[in-house]
Design a protein around this ligand. Structure first.
Ligand code: SIN
Length: 286
């Protein structure tokens, strides 16, 4: 694989590009990697089609973009680097995180950690022809479009988020976290405006599923919820978003530092959805 075979096609006005001419079954050489990294920084999400690869191949490709995050939660594959997202059930239990857990809540991955994720590579092995889409939103564009008064208001503002409190609020059917898991998720405080460490651009950072378990500095719980709901509603207006309907073999590499995403809850009768995510570890936002 060489860079001469690479082509990019925009996915939407808001963000994203499809990459043509890349085979994810092997890690890219230096030249290809540099071209992909700079396209990723420019387009924020990159789509690779027809990538029918194995989990070790997905891990090896993702690792080229940085160290991978390993979740303390019990993983559903033999590879601790891989998270499973699926509506498939075995013996009455989901084999991975169902869309009900991640759906309907805009977020960026690991926003509830001190060091949220840099990026994620999400690959669909099975996907229904309709339903199970993932939405993406461009947080540079959202920040740029904010009224000047809001920019000034949020410039030094921060919110504290509790993953432990939110765990069963978002999905009451989840097995409660163990004490050991809870220790892995202390409450974290992040700025609303962060500077992308590679592009130096300012971007809105409101990657929290729901608003219930976040507290904005100087606000009551109710004020926080209303404030976050408003900010997130602004950030996810149609002009900032792209909706991706997955095909088996699609792989999307997204930049969590300048985008948000959300899954879609859908009727299981539309068909099975089986996706694998590798997550690139990140830094403390500033
Ligand atoms: C995620 O939030 O990383 C999963 C997105 C999806 O299932 O579409």
């Amino acid at each position: 694989m060489t860079t001469t075979t690479l082509k990019f096609r925009r996915l939407s006005k808001a963000l994203g590009a499809e990459v043509l001419g890349v085979d994810l079954s092997e890690p890219p050489d230096d030249e290809t990697y540099e071209a992909l990294r700079s396209a990723w920084l420019e387009h924020q999400i990159l789509l690779f089609r027809e990538q029918h690869i194995t989990l070790p191949q997905q891990i090896a490709f993702s690792r080229r973009f940085g160290e991978l995050y390993i979740s303390p939660k019990k993983q559903r594959t033999e590879f601790p680097e891989v998270g499973v997202f699926s509506n498939i059930k075995k013996n009455g239990k989901y084999i991975g995180q169902p869309p009900a857990r991640t759906g309907d809540g805009w977020h960026s991955d690991l926003f509830y950690m001190e060091k949220p994720a840099t990026g994620s590579l999400f690959r669909a092995e099975q996907a229904p022809a309709k339903g199970g889409e993932t939405w993406f939103a461009n947080m540079y564009a959202a920040y740029d479009a904010l009224p000047e008064s809001t920019k000034q208001r949020i410039d030094d503002l921060r919110a504290t988020y509790s993953e432990v409190k939110s765990w069963n609020v978002i999905d009451p059917e989840l097995i409660p976290l163990t004490e050991e898991e809870k220790r892995h998720y202390p409450d974290v405080t992040h700025p609303f405006v962060r500077t992308h460490p590679e592009t130096s651009r300012k971007t809105l950072f409101v990657g929290m599923r729901g608003s219930q378990c976040s507290i904005v500095e100087g606000m009551s719980e109710d004020e926080s919820v209303a404030f976050l709901d408003d900010l997130r509603a602004f950030a996810t207006k149609p002009q900032f978003t792209y909706c991706h309907q997955w095909r088996p073999g699609d792989a999307m590499l997204w930049d969590n530092r300048c985008t948000m995403h959300k899954a879609t809850i859908f009727d299981d009768s539309l068909g099975p959805r089986l996706c694998y995510r590798t997550t690139i570890a990140g830094d403390v936002p500033y």
